[in-house]
Design a protein around this ligand. Sequence first.
Ligand code: TMP
Length: 216
Amino acid sequence: MFITFEGIEGTGKSTQIELLKAHLETQGRRVLVTLEPGGSRIGAELRRVLLSLENRDLCARAELFLYLADRAQHVAQVVRPALEAGQVVLCDRFVDSTVAYQAYGRGLDADMLHGLNSLAVDGLWPDLTILLDLEAEVGLTRAVARNQAEGKTVAEGRFEAESLAFHDRVRQGYKAWAARFPQRIRSVDASGTPEGIAAAVRRLVDPLLAETRLNA
Ligand code: TMP
């Protein structure tokens, strides 16, 4: 089972992934938590290039291909082997981030990026995508505060430095894309408490997992 988490900055994706991981482990499942960009060894190098504030001059098309390269490597080396070994894979960002950020955020064509995503994932699409939805202003304020607290403003701050208008376009893009794939992408209101959000996430995941055998 392959579950991805999406949303703008500061929606609490990593907190929710950890809460879901703990929940699934109590059911006896083996869980791999991973992320994009940076989920493979080579991807970690690409992540540094992609997120450093020093690379503000990275052009939109080059940025796109680096995300796709990160994805292709991550699928081949990490995600597919884990799924084949019977693990549940929880991934922080995947294909829909490229559509939301590089298409709706940067202005590239969404359908073209959907085609490039298929090339990168080589048939491996998520079984379920949880979209944590939050107002851009709230998410961005949280993300900037987190980066400052962790001293990551320069190393990881390229997107947090984008305007509020950019992040709002990304949010609206996610919503539009979720409406296009309503079976796979399920939106959860991320403005509540972490425990309330986690309960909403479990209501989406548990029925899906109940259909699959406990094979971990
Ligand atoms: P994060 O892992 O801290 O969320 O940061 C990853 C950043 O990269 C985030 O701002 C969104 C951006 N991103 C894209 O623009 N396109 C992509 O395909 C992915 C995976 C991430």
